[in-house]
Design a protein around this ligand. Structure first.
Ligand SMILES: [Zn+2]
Length: 268
């Protein structure tokens, strides 16, 4: 009997704690609220900025900020027009280029983006930066970080302790946050699942198009990423995760919809 009640409570909690990913419509676990998650993310982000050299006064540094702002504005408008405004509560977009040869970029929950100088030559130009920016912004919009943290809570057996699951235990929540995102140097180095990567590709393609960047440039970026960088790229951009062919195949499949967004952006 107790087990049955427990099961019902558990089921209720899971249903209550489900969210839908904008644009893709996929259901996901959301055991932690933006209100709890974002302050932790912002603290981590500021820590990274403090510990690294941020480049603001070069053409590349300015380009990263410019592309970020343009995509964020288009995404904000899309979310507003499609009734997802609530999903954006507490978001505070920020874009920074960090001096480091590593080929990487990431986005913390709430829209805190970091690019490393090592990825700029592979981006090649502003549209290439938009491919990466769209993908990273998509991770935040799709709440992949929150989902990863929620999954980590389940793995930690926290679903049973409603108090912790609902975020009433800040210490525990903090430690799971660090576990889910990695602290300091490892930040953004943890790989998302194949499912998350493909979803970020899909949303990212639409987001760059909404901002007026030609989505047909995206497959070429992934080709450049896969050339000669194998074994060097960090998890976020590992060529095998998802495989480059699968990635390209999906992008080409999604291109007609992205092109519609692109045409609409030009009409504005
Ligand atoms: Zn990614």
């Amino acid at each position: 009997m107790i087990r049955r009640i427990f099961a019902i409570v558990l089921l209720g909690l899971v249903i209550y704690a489900c969210a839908k990913v904008p644009m893709s419509g996929r259901s996901q676990l959301a055991l932690v609220s933006n209100e709890e998650l974002l302050p932790m993310a912002y603290q981590q982000y500021n820590q990274v900025l403090k510990e690294n050299k941020v480049i603001t006064n070069t053409p590349d540094g300015q380009m990263v900020v410019r592309v970020g702002k343009r995509i964020a504005a288009a995404v904000d408008q899309y979310m507003k027009e499609n009734g997802y405004e609530k999903e954006m509560q507490g978001f505070a977009w920020e874009f920074n280029l960090i001096q480091d040869a590593i080929v990487n970029a990431w986005c913390m929950p709430g829209g805190k983006v970091a690019f490393y100088t090592g990825i700029i030559p592979i981006c090649k130009d502003e549209t290439g930066i938009a491919v990466v920016m769209g993908h990273e912004v998509a991770h935040a919009i799709a709440h992949h970080g929150r989902e990863r943290m929620s999954n980590a809570m389940v793995m930690n057996g926290l679903l049973g302790t409603a108090q912790a699951a609902m975020g009433q235990n800040p210490t525990l929540t903090q430690s799971i946050f660090l576990q889910a995102f990695g602290a300091g140097g490892e930040l953004g180095m943890l790989s998302f699942s194949r499912k998350h990567e493909l979803e970020a590709d899909q949303l990212g393609l639409n987001f760059m198009a909404l901002a007026g960047y030609d989505p047909r440039e995206a497959p070429g970026f992934w080709d450049r990423m896969n050339q000669g960088k194998e074994g060097e790229a960090p998890p976020e951009f590992l060529s095998t995760h998802p495989g480059p062919n699968k990635r390209k195949e999906e992008l080409i499949k999604q291109m007609p919809i992205a092109l519609e967004y692109f045409e609409r952006s030009k009409a504005k």
